[in-house]
Design a protein around this ligand. Structure first.
Ligand SMILES: *Cc1c(COP(=O)(O)O)cnc(C)c1O
Length: 233
């Protein structure tokens, strides 16, 4: 058994405040790596491609039904059906049409699914709702009862890829401000979750109020993109 996944998990958890959830991002790593993390006590995983996630987590969940899978990558409409089938939460919702499709597919199979709304907070990242007005518009639809199968739980962002820590911090602070404003406007919903922070910037994210960090490399090691592509992931 590879002890380093376990050691990495123990190391990160020892530094993470108790109220911050750890999403282990297993993209490009095989089901065996996920199993090792589960053996070390990890229960929540993130994947950014639906097909790859389904291949792995159909196996993993058959053995461990209590494991939670979160989709964290940008999602095409034609992948929503499969995403809704396999995932417990979709954290990368970046447009209203996606909510409409998630609702349609979730209602079809009678599933209630959680989502986070992804907000574009950094110049260099491309994903996420572009403006807070758009996010308010999405929340108005929730408030009007348009998405009975979907439970909005908060927000997600990716900080810009830069060495400038102040830019990274500003990006996280922007998400927190959005959350606070949205929570006030839509007080009937619990929008408390802030999914922010990755291997390189999670400590800053936690300082800025993250409730959920998404960590891949620091748990599973570097990703081998070449192999994963050949494997059809
Ligand atoms: C890959 C990925 C992560 C994890 O990145 P690491 O730097 O390996 O920790 C987090 N969030 C998203 C959206 C990702 O695609």
């Amino acid at each position: 058994m590879n002890m380093s996944i376990k050691e990495n998990l123990i190391n990160i958890k020892s530094q993470l405040p108790n109220n911050v959830k750890l999403v282990a991002v297993s993209k490009f790593h095989p089901a065996e790596a996920v199993m090792q993390a589960i053996d070390a006590g990890q229960k929540v995983f993130g994947e950014n491609r639906v097909q790859e996630a389904a291949q792995k987590f159909d196996i993993v969940k058959a053995a461990h039904p209590d494991v939670e899978l979160r989709i964290i990558g940008s999602l095409q409409r034609n992948k929503v059906k499969e995403a809704v089938r396999i995932a417990d939460a979709i954290d990368s919702v970046d447009r209203i049409e996606l909510l409409e499709e998630i609702e349609k597919q979730a209602a079809k199979i009678g599933k209630k699914i959680q989502v986070l709304l992804e907000f574009h907070t950094g110049e260099e990242s491309k994903s996420g709702f572009e403006s807070k007005e758009k996010i308010f518009e999405a929340m108005e639809k929730f408030a009007a009862g348009a998405f009975p199968s979907i439970e909005p739980r908060g927000f997600m962002t990716m900080a810009p890829f830069t060495d400038d820590q102040e830019l990274v911090r500003a990006s996280f602070a922007k998400l927190r401000d959005l959350r606070d404003e949205c929570q006030k406007r839509f007080a009937g919903f619990d929008l408390s979750e802030l999914s922010m922070g990755m291997s390189g910037d999670w400590k800053i994210a936690v300082e800025e109020g993250s409730t959920m960090v998404r960590i891949g490399t620091a748990i599973f090691g570097a990703r081998d993109y070449g192999n994963a592509k050949q494997a059809g992931a």
